[in-house]
Ligand binder design. Structure first.
Ligand SMILES: Nc1ncnc2c1ncn2[C@@H]1O[C@H](COP(=O)(O)OP(=O)(O)OP(=O)(O)O)[C@@H](O)[C@H]1O
Ligand SMILES: [Mg+2]
Length: 348
């Protein structure tokens, strides 16, 4: 307000008038009346010229900038011209607005570039992952057609292998669908009260066969825990626990041990899944939640993993507004931990 064109003109006009009057007062012939008329006319002219010079200059500059903005067809640019003329330093203000706008656009461009790169990498990964089981199944079917079908024993073996590849393909596509849904926010969570202990026991039962094959011992801690009532999406949290326990068996050691611990706090349960397997080297640890990331590529493929499990788990737990903590020591084991809010106890 202080340095608006009007105030600058007023200040300058006062200054010019004072100097003129000071000089004129030294001339003996100049009367008071003449001084008065000279003062008034000097003030008026100085004020008028200064004010309009600043105004016209600013106006012209602003107009020029506006024209270039319009040329760039920047529609979401709203600075009222009046406010610019009235403001302390309109050019500075306009400049600031443009810089803000440009940096905003720059950020948007960076984000789009990142998304584009991500999309390209994702497509490359997906095609690569799809190729493996398709080629394998294709190979088995062609071998069968080329004559292997005539030997029932060989035919059965090849058909079993083809079926295994197609099962892997099915698991991959299903995981991809879920991942796309969670990432795009299409998968709506249905939070309800669930008993995570019961869910865990059911998962252990389902994975019993797998654990038996590796002679893995699965224990729940504390032993006397009766229930673990938390707020979660039943189906999704089942998927989370399944992946953690399945990983612990798959990537743990033979005759290993998997411990699932439920730690009760005032408002939450801390759940941890720990194995005493070969562990994950430090340099891989921060990448295991990336899609398709596998520490030991050949071993993970052997065990049939798609490498999408932990990426999905991370998204699901994020949707539950909780994070995952992972600690691992090579040859000692791995421990995944996350927290869930406790369901309020009903008061009768
Ligand atoms: N408990 C663990 N011990 C050692 N390595 C692990 C453990 N859990 C996960 N990993 C490593 O992290 C990688 C990613 O795990 P993730 O669950 O995402 O994929 P996956 O189990 O291979 O496939 P999917 O879960 O889709 O069947 C695994 O390939 C494995 O190398
Ligand atoms: Mg997994």
């Amino acid at each position: 307000m202080f340095l608006s064109p009007r105030w600058i003109a007023l200040l300058l006009a006062t200054l010019i008038t004072s100097i003129t009057l000071a000089f004129l007062s030294f001339v003996p012939e100049v009367s008071m009346g003449m001084l008065f008329v000279a003062g008034i006319s000097c003030f008026g002219c100085s004020f008028f010229f200064t004010f309009y010079t600043i105004d016209i200059l600013v106006f012209r500059e602003v107009n020029l900038i506006y024209k270039s903005i319009q040329k760039l067809k920047i529609q979401d640019f709203h600075i009222p011209r009046k406010s610019l003329l009235k403001s302390v330093n309109p050019l500075k203000k306009l400049n600031r607005e443009i810089s803000n706008y440009v940096s905003r656009k720059q950020e948007e461009i960076e984000e789009l570039k990142r998304m584009e790169l991500f999309r390209r990498e994702f497509l490359a990964d997906v095609s690569h992952e799809l190729k493996t089981p398709i080629f394998a199944a294709q190979g088995f079917v062609h071998t069968l057609l080329d004559g292997a079908k005539d030997d029932p024993v060989v035919a059965t073996r090849f058909l079993k292998k083809a079926a295994k590849s197609l099962d892997g393909l099915d698991a991959l596509v299903r995981d991809l669908v879920v991942l796309t849904q969670v990432e795009s926010g299409d998968l709506k969570m249905q939070f309800e009260e669930v008993d995570l202990l019961q869910i865990t026991e059911e998962i252990i039962e389902q994975l019993e066969e797998k654990a038996k094959k590796r002679e893995t011992k699965i224990v729940i801690k504390p032993k006397n825990l009766e229930e673990c009532r938390v707020i979660a999406d039943y189906q999704r949290i089942t998927q989370v626990m399944t992946n953690f326990i399945d990983n612990a068996i798959k990537y743990g050691k033979d005759k290993g041990k998997v411990e699932i611990e439920f730690e009760e706090d005032k408002k939450s349960f801390t759940i941890s899944i720990e194995d005493n397997g070969p562990g994950i080297p430090q340099e891989h640890l921060y990448r295991i939640f990336e899609r398709f990331y596998r520490v030991d590529k050949s071993r993970s493929r052997e065990t049939g993993g798609t490498g999408l499990g932990l990426a999905i788990v991370k998204h699901i737990l994020n949707a539950h507004e909780t994070g995952i903590n992972v600690t691992s020591k090579v040859d000692k084991g791995t421990r995944f931990t996350f927290k869930l809010p406790k369901a309020e106890k009903e008061i009768h």
